[in-house]
Design a protein around this ligand. Structure first.
Ligand code: CO
Length: 297
């Protein structure tokens, strides 16, 4: 009796199962039909200095060369910079806008590379924004974010190795001061980690920041004690933009150049950003490559 009932159930259920089995490949097909569309988004802080823009564009071309055939987009994370240049008729997308456009265009797999030096606020904001798109209905299926220049201990060692050979040749009595941005974020410690790494190779290279610690006044006594008479000033930022032209080398009394001059040390500013130094730009591209590999395409 039970047996027959079971059979009856089977008779009733079987066509359904068959139907489902037939329908399944169709479902699978539909899922597959959203063919992977691979893209890359580079996020720079941005710059309002027209001479610094080509350095950012060059990084975009580096990414295009590293990933032939993969569309590479560029966004500026700084609202202030975007607003400022928009008044001059230059429109740049925010990271969120760039990702929204990519989602709308059907990109399914996107790696995002932040062109930051340290994992501070700018980087964590970009990372959070990018990851939201992977959780959004009809967003981007897979998003992978590349780490900034100074992140892992080996990144700090690699950055030191990349920058040292391309610094101005300095004789005895000449120092090189790298100008980092600096932040209230705990990631500011990355500059000190870089300093320690640099000192393993060259005791006349110093790292200072514009907006945090160590500040220029923190190292002036050290420079004096070391009998340095000259100091090359080198931006440790992706571009030699506003901070390089004003805070580092500007004529104002509180610029680094003026403070050093007042201390009897001749400043020699160098207007080359990290993005224009191929040995350093390559490190960002390496991080992008790693992030992209994590997409598993
Ligand atoms: Co700034």
């Amino acid at each position: 009796m039970r047996f027959t009932a079971g059979r009856a159930i089977m008779r009733a259920v079987l066509p359904c199962l068959l139907g489902l089995a037939l329908a399944l490949p169709a479902f699978a097909g539909e899922h597959k039909s959203a063919a992977p569309k691979h893209g890359i988004l580079l996020v720079a802080f941005g710059t309002s200095v027209p001479e610094a823009t080509p350095a950012i564009e060059a990084l975009k071309r580096d990414a295009e060369a590293a990933f032939p055939g993969v569309p590479v987009r560029l966004a500026y994370s700084s609202h202030i910079i975007r607003d400022k240049i928009e008044k001059e008729g230059i429109r740049k997308n925010s990271p969120a806008q760039a990702l929204a456009d990519m989602a709308a265009e059907g990109f399914t797999d996107v790696s995002v590379q932040s062109l930051q030096t340290i994992p501070g606020r700018e980087y964590t904001d970009v990372k959070a924004t990018a990851e939201l798109f992977a959780h959004m209905p009809k967003g981007i299926r897979h998003v992978s974010v590349g780490r900034p220049l100074l992140f892992l201990p080996e990144d700090i060692a690699a950055a030191a190795k990349a920058i040292l050979p391309v610094l101005p040749k300095h004789a005895r009595g000449e120092a090189v001061i790298l100008m980092g941005h600096g932040t209230e974020h705990p990631a500011n410690a990355a500059y000190s980690a870089l300093q320690l790494e640099l000192w393993k190779h060259d005791k006349s290279v110093f790292v200072c920041t514009v907006e945090s610690k160590p500040a220029i006044e923190d190292i002036i006594p050290q420079l004096k004690a070391g009998h340095f008479r000259t100091a090359y000033l080198v931006p440790f930022m992706s571009v030699a933009g506003d901070h390089a032209h004003n805070d580092m080398a500007g004529p104002e009394k509180d610029s680094w150049a003026s403070r050093l001059s007042a201390a009897g040390i001749t400043p020699k500013p160098v207007f080359v950003g990290l993005g224009s130094r191929p040995t350093v730009a390559r490190l960002w591209m390496d991080h992008l490559r790693e992030a992209d590999k994590a997409l598993g395409l």
